[in-house]
Design a protein around this ligand. Structure first.
Ligand code: GLY
Length: 369
């Protein structure tokens, strides 16, 4: 099963296939061992423990000389020193412009290795092999790469599309359950902003998907979610307009992550809480067109560890204001006109924000299956 991301001469496939097929999928995109035959494999310690060996073996059997570069797991690796370590290793080893960078891991590895690929020798071929749900349904598709800066997240980066994405559904089996439910928030987000059909499908299979029990259902849901992401990216690669709808729930989420301290809530948990606030704001404006309680029931089913209601609303609104500097001086929200029809607005009062926040914290999310 494959999905095509349509971006002219930067188009690429997203394959849902075993990582053992990676060398063939790379060869189809013109990535074959050349004179040097070097291939840089970036991963983190957790993912490498499971998949470094089979991926390296597959690549070596196809004639590649693989140099693994393993980083510590977690957000701290998305920063300048780990990036420089990749530059140092790659340049000392002797890469050339045909050397592929294979990013094997979740969102952190994809962003870090992706930015290294974008900048080394003015651009090396990038192969995204996402192993987390969040990376498979969202981060690996669309070419956003970045590292963090002490003043904020993702501030040093580039839009740099991969040559291909190879998402192996089997890698999700080893994902910690909290990461799984966190990733499911982005899947629900894609349904809310782009697909009433996917939302109905998720409603019908919610328990089996959130518990990672119904393989057929979650595989279908992932593929459909990626299709929506691919469509949005194809329309607006560099986020000059429509792509911003992928930030549904994210204005609150970024503030939640910042105020709670990064890592207290997973990104997906913060997005789930943020989506409840965004649903409330949307319903306030479009009460006839939007069944808030129906949609909220799906979002509320996503488990969130910790109590967002314990966060100080004033600090959250301040964090949103501070963040606006990075986005042209307006705090922007993505709202829904109706299910599957999202738009961007800067016109939300503090009174509405407070009300939306109260709604988002009004009832606890489901507990972890
Ligand atoms: N994750 C949001 C985007 O790719 O634009």
């Amino acid at each position: 099963m494959s999905i095509h991301v349509s971006l002219g001469d930067r188009s690429y496939p997203v394959h849902f296939q075993s990582l053992r097929t990676l060398p063939e999928r790379m060869a189809e995109r013109g990535l074959r061992p050349n004179d040097s035959s070097r291939c840089l494999l970036v991963s983190d310690e957790n993912v490498a423990a499971h998949y470094r060996s089979p991926v390296t073996t597959a690549l070596e059997n196809a004639g590649w000389t693989v140099r693994p570069h393993i980083v510590a797991p977690g957000e701290a690796s998305k920063s300048y020193e780990p990036l420089r370590a990749i530059y140092d290793e790659a340049l000392r080893w002797g890469i050339d412009r045909g050397t592929p960078v294979v990013a094997l891991g979740g969102g952190v590895v994809g962003d870090l290795a992706g930015f290294a690929a974008a900048t080394l020798l003015r651009g090396l071929p990038l192969v995204q092999c996402p192993t987390s749900l969040l990376a498979q349904v969202d981060a690996s598709v669309g070419g956003k790469t970045a590292v963090n800066h002490p003043t904020g997240k993702n501030l040093i980066g580039a839009f740099y599309q991969p040559h291909l994405v190879c998402a192996d559904p089997d890698t999700l089996d080893t994902l910690p359950m909290r990461e799984w439910t966190s990733g499911s928030a982005e899947m629900v987000k894609h349904a809310l902003i782009g697909s009433p059909e996917l939302l109905s499908f998720l409603e019908d299979h919610l328990v089996g998907v959130l518990a990672r029990k119904d393989r057929e259902a979650f595989t279908t849901a992932i593929e459909r979610a990626v299709r929506i992401k691919a469509e949005v990216v194809a329309e607006d690669e560099r986020e000059s307009g429509r792509r911003a709808i992928l930030n549904f729930g994210h204005t609150f989420a970024h503030a939640i992550e910042k105020v709670a301290g990064y890592g207290a809530f997973t990104h997906g948990e913060a997005v789930a809480v943020g989506m409840r606030a965004a649903l409330h704001l949307s319903h306030r404006r479009h009460p006839e067109a939007l069944n808030r309680d129906r949609l909220d029931a799906v979002v509320q089913a996503i488990p969130v560890e910790g109590d967002p209601g314990a966060l100080n609303p004033g600090a959250l609104f301040e964090a949103m204001q501070a963040d606006k500097k990075n986005r042209g001086d307006t705090v922007r929200f993505v709202l829904l006109r109706s299910l599957g029809d999202a738009y961007l607005t800067g016109d939300v009062s503090e009174h509405e924000l407070r009300e939306a926040w109260r709604f988002a914290c009004s009832e606890p999310h489901a507990s972890r299956p």
